[in-house]
Design a binder for this molecule. Structure first.
Ligand code: MSP
Length: 511
């Protein structure tokens, strides 16, 4: 039987500045979910990339004295370097200046124009270059006679220009019905109400999709004065990267049209584009919609949201150099629930590392292997438990695995990982209760206890592997098992033939 498919995407990031830890957070969450689905037996594809058109990028390139294409090429390489340093793999690196993408979007534009869902008009209102976003006057913040973006705080400029519009208003009722029928389309649910209150109940406005005052964009073939403005161009990357309307559509058919699950993970400020406009565009061209738009909060610092003007942007390369990739990924995935904004703190990062990875998990592993090596030169075999403490412990292993799967299936990554640490506490508590160091003369009991511990550690390692695959692999070698699998967690005799080599400290305590 062929595997179920899972396609997950990060937003494609603007190459107008360097990436910061906020972007690292999103990409870490995406990779973690991708790894989880692989563990569940899915055929998984992950996309990230760069969103390379628009006024701001054209300006940045001009300032740097570079042709925009050269400028974005350099930034795209920088992005790839960052993901490499973070040890994050992906299957598609999607770039909107890519020819195949541009041609595909042009074809779509032509189709929608013919259908009458794209029409010409005049845009009269406010625009944020920084966010590449038109903002309705009612939504803007007004201060001292000037207008500001309600979320980012960037100053808005008044513009009046000819533009092509996508007739979103036509689909307002369709959208409401779609959300009713697909209540898990946008997660967390609280976001749906925000979107309804802010954009739907006041009447969904048509979306301006072209501009005529700059040239760095996909040219509109139907009208030479216009280039497509970022969102129609950008959102389509998710399907053009799979080959939609290009020479090879096989991935598009497999992972999109006939795919099982499609998840776009996005920061809360761009949920509107993914949650409202994107499904409408897809409906208009007659394509299936993603399964879920997963919206997450921001990483903030103690001085509020990171921004260049505040000077509180945290450079990911610096912290990767200082702490290592996996610790950062573990901290982001486990201690930053997606439903909230979360403060980044190096102190919490260190405490997380010491308490979760070094004490709870790492020590447990090295202590257990050390006790086996001191007391046995044969495998410690599984014995069917009679003792209540043992029965309970083995049940805990299964229950925590189930909670983990359940939480991850609901995209609650931090709660899933919390369940792994709870299991660690149970295993450490089991050592305190059974006191294996007092059982040197009772080899049978000692062997049983150690085997139970090994099974618990294997379960923890398997679950942790979705976020710290490199360390989990080292642990797998120490445990001398072939692979990490969710099914094997319940097979308690997997260590019955296992002899252990030298152990090593996987997580040195951090000062
Ligand atoms: N190019 C658009 C996205 C187009 S997707 C079709 C864009 N790019 S961006 O470079 O501004 O990246 C925005 C994304 O970066 C957010 O949606 C979020 O995923 C991530 N983050 C940026 N700042 C962030 C924080 N401070 N905290 C967490 N994530 C943040 O928007």
């Amino acid at each position: 039987m062929s595997k179920k498919t899972f396609y997950i995407t990060t937003p494609i990031y603007y190459p107008s500045g360097s990436l910061h830890i906020g972007h690292v957070y999103t990409t870490t969450l995406a990779r973690t979910l991708a790894n989880f689905k692989i563990l569940c037996g899915y055929d998984v594809k992950m996309l990230t990339g760069s969103d390379e058109h628009g006024q701001k990028i054209e300006e940045k390139a001009n300032q740097a004295g570079l042709n925009p294409q050269i400028y974005v090429n350099e930034r795209a390489e920088e992005f790839k370097d960052l993901w490499k340093k973070l040890e994050i793999q992906y299957d598609y690196f999607s770039r909107t200046s890519n020819k195949a993408h541009m041609e595909s979007v042009s074809k779509q534009f032509a189709e929608l124009f013919k259908k009458g869902d794209i029409v010409k008009g005049t845009y009269n209102g406010l625009y944020s270059i920084q966010d590449e976003e038109f903002v309705a006057t009612a939504q803007a913040l007004k201060k001292d006679g000037k207008y500001y973006h309600p979320l980012s705080g960037h100053e808005l400029e008044s513009v009046e220009e000819e533009s092509y519009f996508f007739r979103m208003s036509k689909y307002s009722e369709w959208w409401k019905k779609y959300l009713k029928e697909n209540p898990n389309f946008i997660i967390p649910h609280k976001i749906v109400n925000e979107l309804k209150n802010n954009f739907i109940s006041k009447g969904l406005e048509d979306l301006s999709i072209t501009r005529s005052t700059f040239s760095w964009g996909i040219p509109v073939k139907e009208d030479k004065n216009h280039v497509m403005y970022v969102w129609l161009d950008a959102l389509n990357n998710y399907i053009t990267a799979l080959g939609y309307k290009t020479n090879d559509q096989s991935d598009f058919i497999k992972y999109w049209s006939n795919g099982d699950e499609i998840v776009h993970i996005v920061g809360k400020e761009i949920t509107r584009f993914h949650g409202i406009y994107w499904p409408i565009i897809l409906e208009s061209i007659g394509l299936r919609k993603p399964t879920t738009i997963l919206s997450h909060g921001w990483i903030i610092t103690s001085q509020g949201k990171m921004s260049k003007s505040k000077g509180n942007v945290i450079n990911p390369l610096k912290i990767i150099d200082k702490y290592g990739a996996e610790i950062i990924k573990y901290y982001f995935a486990s201690k930053m629930p997606i439903n909230n904004d979360n403060v980044f703190s190096e102190d919490i990062l260190k405490t997380t590392y010491n308490s979760d990875l070094s004490n709870n998990y790492g020590n447990l592993l090295s202590r257990t292997i050390a006790m086996i090596k001191q007391n046995f030169d044969k495998p410690v075999k599984h014995i069917k438990p009679i003792d209540k403490t043992d029965v309970e412990l083995l049940n805990e292993i299964i229950e925590h695995k189930n909670t983990f799967i359940n939480e991850l299936n609901n995209y609650q990554i931090s709660s899933g990982l919390e369940s792994v640490m709870q299991l660690g506490k149970k295993l450490n508590g089991y050592i305190d209760i059974t006191k294996p160091w007092t059982l040197k003369e009772n080899k049978e009991r000692l062997s049983q206890i150690l085997n139970n511990l090994l099974n618990g550690i294997y379960a923890m390692t398997t679950m942790l592997s979705i976020v710290i695959p490199k360390k989990a692999n080292q642990a797998l070698k120490i445990l001398n098992q072939k692979d990490l699998s969710l099914e094997k967690i319940e097979d308690f005799s997997k260590f019955d033939e296992t002899i252990f080599g030298e152990s090593e400290i996987l997580f040195e305590r951090m000062k």
